[in-house]
Ligand binder design. Structure first.
Ligand SMILES: [Cu+2]
Length: 688
């Protein structure tokens, strides 16, 4: 006994010394740390404003009385970076001491004079343009800063530090290889000499993780895997004796928050993989679709709350977690909240992860083939989007949230893109409201068997919006004390995967729309006070800052692949002294579902079921000259066809695996087509 104890102590000492000897000195940035801990004022130094992610600015020069006089102070184009149908511009610009830093969907970073918009330096990422493991648009959700450096995560799964003065690379740390399905889209968080970066790849059979790096050197300090290894906490929620957890996804799509007093770092974890096939992963599947708290210094587990057990609907927790302080039943409480794709806001005590307002485990519909969880946690209060789908001709079943599905399609709302997708949700201590962007869309969910192939999609099913179905959005103020709707706007476009907003002490909620409009609303009542057409999809979350005593509001407008909004490379900045007038409106996004994505020009060979995505046409959209013969080849595993949406039109007839048929398009026009047995697969041929 004594001998054993002696051995343990000396072993610890030896290991301790070894760790100290190898750990490089960790610096800190006292000024940035102080700003990160304080309410947001003159500078906006991290993606969510400060460590809380609450996107609340204390600036109030621009307020509900004068916001109507706002005009463009400057608009800068970012030299064509990230312009095109594959990109999304989702970043919040950072501002410090009159200099703005902004990153585009190509991971290129620009430093601008925050007062004039003049470009000071540029960092061109040079990321491989053949990266094939990007899930849902080439995007970067923002930057971090500290110790004279700007930090970003890249789609090629590197975390990079740039010199703030020059934009030169200070260090670059590979977290993983993109060829294995990994990437980074989240904004990193800097605090106390450390960088926290989550990894993506939830659709590619990856093993999600949060990585902490030494901000000075880029050295990896620790990793916390969102999927437990054999015997680790949470491994009991996966089938014993299998390695499904090792490719179970659980990616991190957004910025962590951090409570320095509690010493905890918090983040939201995304869906399980394969997304729509739960048949082989019986159990709750931790830590998919969860909020997780770790000890910020060591990465040690503190608590978790799972929002969706055994997720088969792609109900990611993708929006950043928000820390807030409140008073409930006369008691001060430390809260944390996250807006889910389910349409609910999950409100917890951030000390222990227990529900703060109330969340009840309730029985849900079952399908033993999908190994569905018996109950799901249902928050008390209101959902921000409808949670039942309406019937659509051609589909047998339309149902509500948590309805299971198998091989025949089931229409469900919310869709697997929300509710709230990656867009942030601000919180105002003045109103006590969360501001929640929502997407209203129906998905036809289907499961099919999917084999795991390294670096290829591994989703086990699909969830397409049925062609011709309507799509819109909501913008909702949710009372943090009750989780009930204070006010709600129906929006013409989906905004759960774009937009995002910011709230100010001037009583304003600021937000963009995918049709290019930038809006200011009364934070208390929701009344619209200002509207300005930026000319590009206004889908990034705005920021608020001050230079030389003048308040500015800035938003990156470059469109969004998920929203189908008009792309660009602009940063718009507004002030009361501004002189710039609105631009012409860009083409508005779709409000009726149909083929999306870039239009391939002159492509006359279309593959069905390519890239391990059984139910797909690739390219889904092509533009050809009149008289072109187009070939359709089934490279998937099961029979498909390509048939005109209109019944009297053309069809390839059933194509067996490997079979090709051709169709000649002689008349100019826009032709939509579907696969007859799988009507959620669709494509478009534009004939000139
Ligand atoms: Cu098909």
């Amino acid at each position: 006994m004594l001998r054993q104890a002696w051995w343990t102590v000396s072993t610890l000492i030896v290991f301790g010394l070894l760790i100290i000897a190898h750990a490089p000195a960790r610096a800190t940035d006292a000024e940035i740390d102080r700003l990160l801990r304080s309410p947001v004022g003159k500078d906006w130094v991290t993606n969510g404003g400060n460590l809380t992610n609450n996107r609340y600015s204390t600036l109030k020069q621009i307020d509900t009385a004068n916001v109507g006089k706002l005009k463009g102070a400057w608009m800068t184009r970012l030299k064509g970076s990230g312009v095109g149908g594959k990109y999304s511009l989702e970043a919040s610009p950072l501002v410090k001491d009159g200099i703005m830093y902004v990153v585009t969907g190509n991971d290129d970073v620009f430093a601008l004079n925050a007062k004039t918009g003049e470009i000071i330096w540029e960092y061109w990422s040079g990321i491989d343009q053949t990266i094939s493991t990007v899930c849902c648009g080439w995007a970067n959700r923002g930057l971090a800063m500290g110790e004279g450096q700007i930090y970003l995560g890249q789609l090629d799964a590197n975390v990079v530090a740039l010199d703030m003065k020059t934009g030169k690379v200070a260090w670059k740390t590979p977290i993983e290889k993109w060829q294995n399905g990994y990437g980074i889209t989240s904004a990193p968080l800097y605090y106390d000499g450390m960088i926290y970066s989550g990894i993506t790849g939830g659709e590619f059979g990856v093993r999600g993780r949060l990585t902490a790096l030494n901000a000075k050197t880029g050295e990896i300090m620790w990793r916390w895997f969102t999927l437990p290894g054999p015997g680790a906490k949470g491994s009991e929620t996966w089938p014993p004796g299998t390695d499904h957890a090792m490719r179970g996804g659980a990616a991190i799509w957004n910025t962590p928050a951090l409570d320095p007093e509690l010493g905890l770092v918090y983040f939201a974890v995304g869906n399980c993989g394969p997304d729509y096939d739960g048949s082989m992963r019986e159990g709750d599947n931790l830590f998919c679709t969860s909020i997780v708290a770790l000890k910020a210094k060591t990465g040690e587990y503190a608590w978790h709350f799972q929002q969706v057990h055994h997720d088969i609907w792609d109900y990611d927790a993708a929006s950043p977690v928000v820390l807030f302080d409140t008073v409930i039943n006369g008691e001060p409480r430390k809260g944390i909240a996250e807006a889910g794709r389910t349409g609910w806001v999950y409100i917890l005590d951030r000390i222990n992860g227990k529900p703060l307002v109330g969340i009840e485990e309730k029985p849900v519909p079952q399908d033993p083939r999908q190994k569905t969880a018996a109950t799901q946690p249902i928050p008390v209060g209101d959902a921000t989007v409808p949670q039942c789908a309406e019937k659509i001709p051609g589909y047998d079943q339309a149902d509500c949230i948590y309805t299971p599905f198998w091989e025949s399609p089931v229409l469900i709302q919310p869709s697997g893109v929300g509710g709230t997708n990656w867009s942030p949700m601000p919180y105002s201590p003045d109103t006590g409201y969360f501001y929640v962007p929502g997407t209203v869309r129906t998905s036809a969910f289907t499961r099919y068997g999917n084999k795991y192939v390294n670096g290829l999609r591994y989703t086990g099913g699909g969830q397409a919006a049925p062609i011709g179905s309507t799509m819109s959005g909501t913008f909702t103020a949710i009372d943090a004390k009750t989780n009930k709707i204070a006010w709600q706007h129906k929006t013409p476009y989906r905004i759960g995967g774009g937009g995002g907003s910011t709230v100010t002490a001037g009583g304003l909620v600021l937000r963009g729309e995918p049709d290019g409009n930038f809006l200011a609303l009364d934070a208390k009542t929701g009344q619209e006070l200002f509207r300005f057409q930026t000319g590009f999809g206004a889908d990034a979350p705005p920021v608020v800052y001050e230079v030389d005593g003048e308040q500015f509001i800035s938003i990156a407008t470059g469109g969004n692949q998920l929203q189908g909004s008009s792309y660009g490379d602009a940063v718009w900045t507004f002030s009361l002294k501004g002189q710039l007038s609105p631009l012409w409106p860009p083409p508005p996004p779709q409000t009726v579902a149909g083929p999306i994505g870039p239009i391939a020009v002159g492509v006359d060979a279309i593959k069905i079921g390519a890239g391990n995505t059984e139910y797909s046409f690739a390219p889904a959209r092509t533009r050809i000259k009149s008289g072109t013969t187009v070939s359709f080849t089934n490279v998937g595993d099961i029979p498909h066809d390509a048939s005109a949406l209109q019944k009297e039109g053309w069809s390839t007839g059933a194509l067996a695996k490997g079979e090709t048929k051709t169709v000649t398009f002689n008349k100019p026009g826009v032709y939509y087509y579907i696969c007859t047995p799988h009507p959620w697969m669709y494509g478009q041929v534009i004939v000139e």
